[in-house]
Every structure is written in C-alpha cells, then in structure tokens.
Design a protein around this ligand. Sequence first.
Ligand SMILES: [Zn+2]
Ligand SMILES: [Zn+2]
Length: 192
Amino acid sequence: MPLDHTTVQALAALFAAGGTNRAAHRQLGISVDTAARYRARLGYGPAPQPTPATRDTRTLAEKWATFTRPTAGGHMEWTGRRRPTCGTMEFTHHGRQYAARRVAFEIRTGRAPEGVVTAECDYPECVAPQCVEDEPGRTRLRAALAAVRGTESPLTECTRGHDAATHRRYDRNGTPYCGACRALTDARKVTA
Ligand SMILES: [Zn+2]
Ligand SMILES: [Zn+2]
C-alpha cells in the first residue's frame, strides 16, 4: 500500500536531513524496507554511515600534555588518572596505556627509558620532562651528588661480592647502596 502524501513528505524531509531508514521506521512507523524503497523512489542516496568515533589525531606527546599543569619553579603536576592498585600516573592513547613519567622521559630524550623512571626534583609527584630520570640517568645524577657530599664509597664490591661498578646505586640523598642486594631483599619481601 502506498504511503499517504503527508507521510511521504515527512519521509522526504527526514532523508533530506540525513536520516536513516531505521530512523524513518522509528519516527514514522513505516517498515525499514518501505523506507528503503521510498528512499530510492524519492531520489535520495544511501543514508550516511554513523560517524565513527573520530580517531585522535594528536601525537602521544600532545595527548600527554593535556594531562599536565605547569607549577611554579618549572615543575609539572599530573591531572590525569592514576592506576588504582599502585597510583602510577597514566593515560590512554590510541587504546594503549602509558605511564606519565615514562612518556615524559621520552619527550626529553627521544628514547625509551631503562628501568624505573622517577622524578629527581623535590616537587611531589612531578612529571616535568626535565625532572625525570631512568635508572642509568638517576645513578649518574646521584653519584655526582654523592661526590659533592662526600658520601661516595671507595669499596669496589659489596659485602656479598656484587661488583660496585655495575650494581652501586644511590639513595635520594646520595647515600650509596648495592642495587643487587636491594633487589634480593625486595624479592624476598614480595614472596614473604
Ligand atoms: Zn620537577
Ligand atoms: Zn650486593
């Protein structure tokens, strides 16, 4: 049965506005097939596909920056989310999870960090690229601090025989310790 004039007009208006056959079914109570037939008859092309969720065209660094806020003294705080379990500051880019400080490190150095990334400044939870260091960078920096403070150790190995050149690490205040021994202790704590 042909549609009445009023319905055809309403249908034409709906198609002209980009409405789908399904929308016609919902709004005008006609079947999807009928809507399709009238679409062809009225000379409207296929309904536009629903716009796919537009892919984020921002780079990783640009996305990262949207979650940071500069603070006094050249530091930066994270306004993004934190992983509930451990509090790691993180964000998602193109469906992948990234840790805020690892990306900050890459922004400054142009390479992936080795080991854990920490902020070496005094600003709590800083994510500024110029404040973060990976394992080798942190060890270099803290060794320099130890030299200045006179807390360096002349020993070439620890009491367990770990080579200092490879395993010596420093606390924030420049106090040396054996990284290999610390790792063993930490592992024992985890399994305990
Ligand atoms: Zn900082
Ligand atoms: Zn050791």
